[in-house]
Ligand binder design. Structure first.
Ligand code: HSE
Length: 438
C-alpha cells in the first residue's frame, strides 16, 4: 500500500520532533499502521529551517493554505498554534475532506464545538492527543480505556512550566522571575508565557479533559482560572510545614447540579503521589466509579514527547482512514447528540477546603475574633498555626486550614476578617484538595 501523505503546518520545536520520530521509527510505525506515514509537504515561513530539518524530501511552502488545499495530502497536522489562522486552516482542511491532527489546546477549548461539528458532518477525524499533557496518552485513556466508568472527577498538573516554577521555588528557594526565564530557555513555556503562569494553558487543557470525561461541550469561558504569579515562597514553606505541597491544579468534578471546572494553586497532602510530581512533568488523576483512582504521568512538553502523541494520532487516523465514520470513536468520547446540558457551576458554589494566611497584631482576643467570624459562617477549622513574630515585630502570621466549605462562605469570611482593625493587608487564600480515595 502507498504511504499515507501528511502535510505539516509549522515545523517549530514540535514539528521538528514529529519529523524526527516519524523518520527514526518509520518501520515500527508502518508495522502498526499497516502502511507507511510520510510527511510530504511542510508549510513554514522559514524555508531554510524546513530544509535543515527535512532536506529535500518534502515540498515546502510559506502558505499553509496550499497544504490544506493540496489533493495529495490526506492528513493535515496543525502545529501553528493560536486560534484565528489555525481555526481557518483546520476548518478548510475539514471542508476539503482531510483528516486533522492538532496539538492546539487553545483552539479546541475555544472553537472545539464548531470544529468537531464540522468534522462530524464531513465524516473526518480531528485527533488531539498532543493537546493535553504532551506525551501522556490521557486522551486515549479517558476516552477509551475508562469508557466503562462514570467519571467522578479529574485533577491534574497539566502545565509543566508552572510546575517547574513551583518545584524550583520550593526546592531551591529561587525567585519566580528567575525560574520563569529558565523555563522559557528550556522551551517549556508557551510563546506567551502568561498563558502558563496565569493558568490559561491549564484551563484550555482542563476544558478538553472535562469534555471527554463527562460528555459535555467545550466551555472554556466558564472555567475559573487563577495562576501562580501571586504565590509567595513563604506560603510554599508554610504549606510544607503543615504537610502539604502547592501545585497548580486543574480540577473538574461532577456534582449533582452541574460540573466544577477550575484551575488554581492548590494545597495537596505531600504524601499523595501527585504531590510529588516535580519539574516539567505532568500528572492527571482520574476517579472513575468502577476503577477508583488511576494516575497518568509523564512529560507534558518538549519536542519528542509531544511528537510521540502526534505520531500516535497519525497511526490511529491512518488505521481508521477507511472506516465508516459512524464506527469511529466520537471526538468527545460520547455520541455528539448525547452530550450533557448540565451547567458549569459558578465558583461561589464550589465546595472545597482552604488555606488562609493573615497578618495580625500579636495581642489577646485577636484569635477569638477571627475564629468567631469563621464560626458565624459555619466554617470549621481543621488546623491552625501561629508563627513566631520576627525580631522586634508586633505582628504575626496566622495560618489556618478549614474543613470543606463553600467558596461563597469563604469570600464572606475573608471580607469580614480583612475589615477587622487588627488585621493588616489582605488575607491569602489557597484552595486545598485532599484527593483521597473517597
Ligand atoms: N506550555 C505548556 C506547558 C507546554 O508548560 O505545559 C505544552 O502544552
Amino acid at each position: 500500500m502507498n504511504p499515507i501523505k501528511v502535510g505539516l503546518l509549522g515545523i517549530g520545536t514540535v514539528g521538528g520532533g514529529t519529523f524526527r520520530v516519524l523518520q527514526r521509527n518509520q518501520e515500527e510505525i508502518a508495522r502498526r499502521a499497516g502502511r507507511a506515514i510520510t510527511i510530504a509537504m511542510v508549510a513554514d515561513r522559514d524555508i531554510a529551517k524546513v530544509r535543515a530539518i527535512a532536506g529535500d524530501t518534502v515540498r515546502v511552502t510559506a502558505n499553509a493554505f496550499e497544504v490544506v488545499d493540496d489533493p495529495e495530502i490526506e492528513i493535515v497536522v496543525e502545529l501553528i498554534g493560536g486560534t484565528s489562522i489555525a481555526r481557518e486552516l483546520v476548518l478548510k482542511a475539514i471542508e476539503n475532506g482531510k483528516q486533522v491532527v492538532t496539538a492546539n489546546k487553545a483552539l479546541l477549548a475555544t472553537h472545539g464545538n464548531e470544529i468537531f461539528a464540522a468534522a462530524q458532518r464531513k465524516g473526518v477525524t480531528v485527533a488531539f492527543e498532543a493537546a493535553v499533557a504532551g506525551g501522556v496518552p490521557i486522551i486515549k485513556a479517558l476516552r477509551e480505556g475508562l469508557s466503562g466508568n462514570r467519571i467522578e472527577w479529574i485533577a491534574g498538573i497539566i502545565n509543566g512550566t508552572s510546575n517547574f516554577i513551583l518545584s524550583e521555588m520550593r526546592e531551591k528557594g529561587s525567585s519566580f522571575e528567575a525560574v520563569l526565564t529558565q523555563a522559557q530557555q528550556l522551551g517549556y513555556a508557551e510563546a506567551d508565557p502568561t498563558f502558563d503562569i496565569q493558568g490559561i494553558d491549564a484551563a484550555h487543557k482542563l476544558t478538553i479533559l472535562a469534555a471527554i470525561g463527562f460528555g459535555i461541550p467545550m466551555q472554556f469561558a466558564a472555567c475559573y482560572t487563577e495562576g501562580i504569579a501571586e504565590l509567595t515562597s513563604q506560603d510554599i514553606r508554610y504549606a510544607e510545614e503543615l504537610g502539604y505541597r502547592i501545585k497548580l491544579l486543574g480540577v473538574a468534578k461532577r456534582m449533582p447540579q452541574g460540573f466544577e471546572l477550575r484551575v488554581h494553586p492548590t494545597l495537596i497532602p505531600a504524601k499523595r503521589l501527585i504531590a510529588n510530581v516535580e519539574g516539567v512533568m505532568n500528572a492527571i488523576l482520574v476517579k472513575g466509579d468502577a476503577v477508583g483512582q488511576t494516575m497518568y504521568y509523564g512529560p507534558g512538553a518538549g519536542a519528542e514527547p509531544t511528537a510521540s502523541a502526534i505520531v500516535a494520532d497519525l497511526v490511529d487516523v491512518t488505521r481508521m482512514h477507511t472506516v465508516d465514520p459512524r464506527h469511529r470513536v466520537p471526538h468527545l468520547a460520547f455520541q455528539p447528540d448525547r452530550l450533557s446540558a448540565l451547567p458549569i457551576l459558578p465558583m461561589e458554589a464550589v465546595e472545597t477546603s482552604y488555606y488562609l494566611r493573615m497578618r495580625v497584631d500579636d495581642r489577646a482576643g485577636v484569635l477569638a475574633d477571627i475564629t468567631g467570624t469563621l464560626a458565624d459562617l459555619a466554617i470549621s477549622i481543621d488546623a491552625m498555626v501561629q508563627k513566631e513574630p520576627g525580631e522586634g515585630e508586633k505582628q504575626v502570621d496566622i495560618v489556618m486550614l478549614t474543613h470543606l466549605t463553600r467558596e461563597k462562605s469563604i469570600n464572606a469570611a475573608i471580607a469580614r476578617i480583612e475589615a477587622l482593625p487588627f488585621v493588616s493587608g489582605k488575607v491569602t487564600r489557597i484552595r486545598l484538595e485532599e484527593l483521597g480515595q473517597g
